[in-house]
Write a protein that binds this ligand. Structure first.
Ligand SMILES: [Zn+2]
Length: 130
């Protein structure tokens, strides 16, 4: 079975919500595409973040774009809390410059930073729900 990709509206709106609640002003939500993949049984992981490298931007005369892919077989079964954490994790890979690179796990995208941001997300949610 080959892998298929589908635009993921639910992920797109969660990405927007996370960007807004965490005030991730360096991320342009209009330049983050979200896809759900299926049929990727052999691959590990729940989600992935892709960048468009500088040389491709130059060749195509377009600005930077990012893609968040969630792997349906693993992501869809998660609780809402864990889905938010996965999206926070992927968005943390996007560097402040939004220039086409990706930040590494070590020192940047760690469990601790994800947890801190999740606390801020919940605090923001509780504020607006009142
Ligand atoms: Zn990661």
């Amino acid at each position: 079975m080959s892998i298929t990709y589908h635009p993921a509206e639910d992920v797109q709106s969660l990405v927007r919500e996370v960007i807004e609640r965490l005030s991730l002003a360096h991320i342009d939500p209009n330049r983050v595409f979200c896809f759900r993949s299926r049929g990727s049984r052999s691959r590990r992981g729940i989600a992935r973040c892709y960048s468009l490298s500088k040389i491709w931007q130059k060749a195509l005369s377009i600005p930077s774009y990012y893609i968040v892919e969630v792997i349906s077989e693993r992501y869809d079964a998660l609780s809402e809390e864990n889905k938010v954490k996965v999206i926070i994790h992927e968005l943390l890979h996007i560097p402040k410059a939004f220039g086409g690179g990706l930040r590494p796990h070590i020192g940047c995208v760690t469990r601790r930073v994800v947890e801190e941001n999740y606390c801020r997300f919940i605090a923001s949610k509780n504020n607006t729900d009142q």
